[in-house]
Design a protein around this ligand. Structure first.
Ligand code: M6R
Length: 369
């Protein structure tokens, strides 16, 4: 049942183009709009919303952090993302015009479920993004959008993360479309880009072989840092989480702009630093700022592992290892930049002789608080 792969995780990484296509299937209309038929909130409910909260744990929380950038940019609604384990203990301000999006692969994570119950008690509208049909979180929510990625056996979330990110992007575009914040042709342009993503994911996975070699060469490293900016920051957090849980290695993700506020003190000669570089076509010269950050850590001896768009030549002089991903629009980039990080963590753990499907101390679904 591992389809010829030695581990479920390797199989699930390889299934991502199809998993992503399955999340998107039927939800992108040929006319260029977003269709979310199956969830049970009305268009009027969506129009009445004045604030969005996203609650989730672990990898699903990282999907939520990515969603915040897209939702605020597209809908102009304030959006907060919170770890479900903290949400209800701090008395969040919720009412019937709040949309709470609960993201959970299993649909059984107890902290996320309790956050959903708390939100509904406060009369908020709750939309679940979930991979497991008929699980508890969708049952307790007002509406559900299934990611339809198929069963995920490996403890580390891979294909379902892509599904969660895609589902969040669909929700963001749907909100913007329903509330009339984006013009029809703007939504249509994103629909077109999303349609192409499964193919870009396939292409990216076809080029990750050098990442495996690199990961094997780092099997003895003590720690790895991950840097990102904008949506690349949650991707950095996700890369670090994968490395912790699979390779039992000290790994931290930082927003690159925070470096000089403390983390740069960690840099010592030979320390591997993975950098998720924003698109050179993106906003606010984030790309140029990131190139400076790469120079800063390299000048202090870091071994830089740079994930950058095809055609981005500015990073070349400062990359000890350069991993290319296809060009996409900034908000969709996590769907490709995450892939080399999954492969990196998986391969590094295998090189350390570890079981990537069953990491120590972890369960696939966490049904205790
Ligand atoms: O089933 P859920 O999506 O609610 O699970 C949330 C986390 O426990 C989960 O994403 C965990 O962090 C993964 N093992 C990460 O790979």
């Amino acid at each position: 049942e591992k389809g010829g792969f030695p581990y479920f995780m390797l199989k699930e990484i390889s299934e991502q183009p199809d998993a992503l296509a399955d999340t998107l299937r039927g939800r992108l209309s040929p006319e260029g709009s977003i269709v979310l038929d199956e969830e049970r909130l009305s268009d009027q409910d969506f129009r009445d919303i004045d604030k969005v909260f996203i609650v989730a744990c672990g990898t699903a929380y990282h999907a939520g952090l990515i969603a915040k950038y897209a939702i605020e940019h597209w809908t102009r609604l304030p959006c907060e993302v919170e770890m479900a384990s903290e949400f209800r203990y701090r008395d969040p301000v919720l009412d019937r015009s709040t949309l709470v999006v609960a993201i959970s692969q299993s649909g059984e994570t107890l902290d996320t479920l309790m956050a959903v119950k708390h939100a509904r008690e406060q009369k908020a509208r709750v939309l679940a993004i979930c991979n497991t049909n008929g699980s508890t979180i969708p049952r307790e929510s007002d509406a559900v959008l299934y990611t339809r990625c198929g069963p995920e056996v490996g403890v580390a979330a891979t294909k379902t993360f892509l599904g969660q990110v895609a589902a969040c992007l669909l929700v963001g575009l749907f909100l913007a479309q329903t509330r009339g914040v984006l013009y029809g042709d703007e939504v249509a342009a994103y629909v077109d880009r999303l349609q192409r993503m499964p193919e870009l994911v396939r292409r990216t996975l076809g080029t990750v072989e050098p990442v495996r070699e690199l990961a094997r060469s780092l099997a003895g490293a003590k720690a790895v840092l991950f840097l990102g900016r904008h949506v690349g920051y949650p991707v950095a957090l996700e890369g670090a989480l994968k490395l912790k849980e699979l390779a039992y290695m000290h790994a931290e993700g930082f927003p690159a702009g925070e470096l000089k506020h403390g983390p740069i003190a960690l840099i010592e000669p030979g320390l591997p630093v993975v950098v998720v570089v924003p698109s050179p076509r993106g906003r606010a010269n984030l790309h140029g700022k990131m190139v400076s950050n790469i120079q800063e850590v390299r000048a202090r001896g870091a071994r830089t592992i740079v994930i950058a768009e095809e055609g981005d030549t500015a990073v070349e002089p400062y990359a000890d290892h350069l991993i290319r991903v296809p060009a996409t629009s900034s908000l969709l980039a996590p769907l490709v930049t995450t892939l080399p990080l999954q492969v990196f963590a998986c391969e590094l753990a295998l090189a350390r002789g570890l079981d990537v499907d069953q990491p120590r101390n972890l369960a696939k679904s966490v049904t205790v608080e």
